[in-house]
Design a protein around this ligand. Structure first.
Ligand code: FES
Ligand SMILES: [Fe+2]
Length: 390
């Protein structure tokens, strides 16, 4: 975070702590349970949230050199992001134009500057052009190869983040997508990080239930009574909202000690896990040692796919470093999985029964309100604009 924003946040937190208060929204937010259970709502989110808003595909540091690529899915669309010979990141549908084979798998560097489909070896440049159709005899004589490159997707790179949108030709406005969180991300110098590991998990519940567990710490005193609460505050919660994006540091108990120290000694990262939510479905969680990038998606209302990547600025090949990061990753996944996410699976079963028609988000749950309101606004824009844009 920039210095003034950091000091301002700590001042607000300490004032709340002394007064026994927390940030409050104007009112409670009541929402129908069907947003977590309805197939129609789920397909609206797929079509008008996931496909028509930019998603965080990866961090710039994962594509350091020309030819570096990685594959992922955004919504259900297979995507390859790759740095071209001029150093620009491009994104393409990861489907060969012949008959749909994957032109890249996992992550790596394009051999000889090309991506090759394993089915019949059609070959593409790192800029997506069709370069070769080997051994086809005269089989494709009449196609114009210039027209048969990989399908290019809108892509932008800013503040060390790569954004991709899978529908629509207009370019991505990165400063709009990263509104509010952009200066914080620049301050932690993401291009200096290194990718350590990515884990994919599946859960039997809606993606919004999972993501929302990061956006309030109100539950910490209860659900994480033994595991987290001894070290972290449940309240005060001091989220900063930026038109749907959020900054939400979760404070360690040591932060209270700063009240007795001069402001020049105040460093938030020593006393908090700083989280940023980038609408619609990405969460970044930052500590001094490492950073986690979480992406969420539901292919059906009560199923979620979660992709979690760990990065560190201090990564090296020393076994101690790798062991420490693996242990940290295991610990984060264990608490999220066994405490937060498994409870959401139980909640989903209950909501699927139809026995609880609505849920409520309190005035103290500002972060979760901002998250849900952003989704409501996206779908409302779709309705107003006749389904053309979200
Ligand atoms: S599907 Fe890719 S070469 Fe045939
Ligand atoms: Fe939690």
């Amino acid at each position: 975070m920039e210095r003034e924003a950091e000091l301002d946040w700590i001042r607000r937190f300490l004032a709340h702590l002394e007064a026994g208060t927390t940030d409050l929204a104007a009112s409670e937010l009541r929402l129908p349970s069907s947003i977590f259970t309805s197939a129609e709502h789920c397909s609206q989110e797929r079509d008008f949230v996931f496909r028509r808003q930019p998603a965080v595909a990866c961090l710039s540091c994962e594509l350091r050199e020309p030819g570096d690529y990685l594959t992922l899915r955004i919504g259900e669309v297979p995507v390859v992001v790759i740095r071209d010979a001029d150093g620009r990141v491009g994104a393409f549908v990861n489907l060969c134009r012949h008959r749909g084979g994957p032109v890249a798998r996992g992550r790596g560097r394009a051999e000889g500057g090309h991506l090759r489909c394993p089915f019949h070896s059609w070959t593409y440049t790192v800029s997506g052009e069709l370069a070769a159709i080997p051994n086809a005899e005269a089989g494709f004589d009449s196609i114009d190869r210039k027209e048969w490159g990989l399908r290019r997707l809108a892509c932008a790179e800013a503040a060390g983040v790569v954004l991709v949108r899978v529908e629509g030709d207009e370019s991505i406005d990165a400063s709009e997508a990263l509104r509010g969180v952009d200066p914080d991300l620049r301050a932690i110098d993401l291009p200096n990080y290194h990718h350590f590991e990515t884990r994919e998990t599946e859960w039997k519940c809606n993606w919004k239930l999972l993501l929302a567990t990061f956006l309030e710490s109100y539950h910490v005193f209860s659900l994480h009574r033994e595991s987290v609460h001894p070290w972290y505050f449940s309240h005060p919660m001091v989220p900063d909202a930026f038109c749907g994006n959020l900054r939400f540091p979760v404070a360690r108990r040591t932060l209270a000690d700063l009240a007795n120290q001069p402001e020049s000694e105040w460093h938030l990262a020593d006393h908090a896990t700083i989280q940023w939510f980038i609408a619609p479905s990405t969460l970044i969680s930052y500590t001094r040692d490492y950073l986690l990038l979480w992406r969420f998606y539901s292919p059906s209302p009560n199923r979620s796919e979660v992709v979690t990547s760990l990065y560190s600025a201090q990564l090296n090949d020393a076994p101690e470093t790798r062991g420490r990061l693996t242990k940290a990753f295991d610990g984060q996944m264990r608490i999220a999985g066994s405490e937060d996410f498994s409870l959401q699976e139980t909640i989903q079963v209950g909501l699927d029964s139809g026995a609880l028609p609505e849920v409520v988000f309190g005035r103290n749950e500002v972060g979760t309100q901002v998250f849900h309101q952003g989704l409501i606004d996206s779908l409302a824009r779709r309705d107003r604009e006749g389904g053309i844009r979200a």
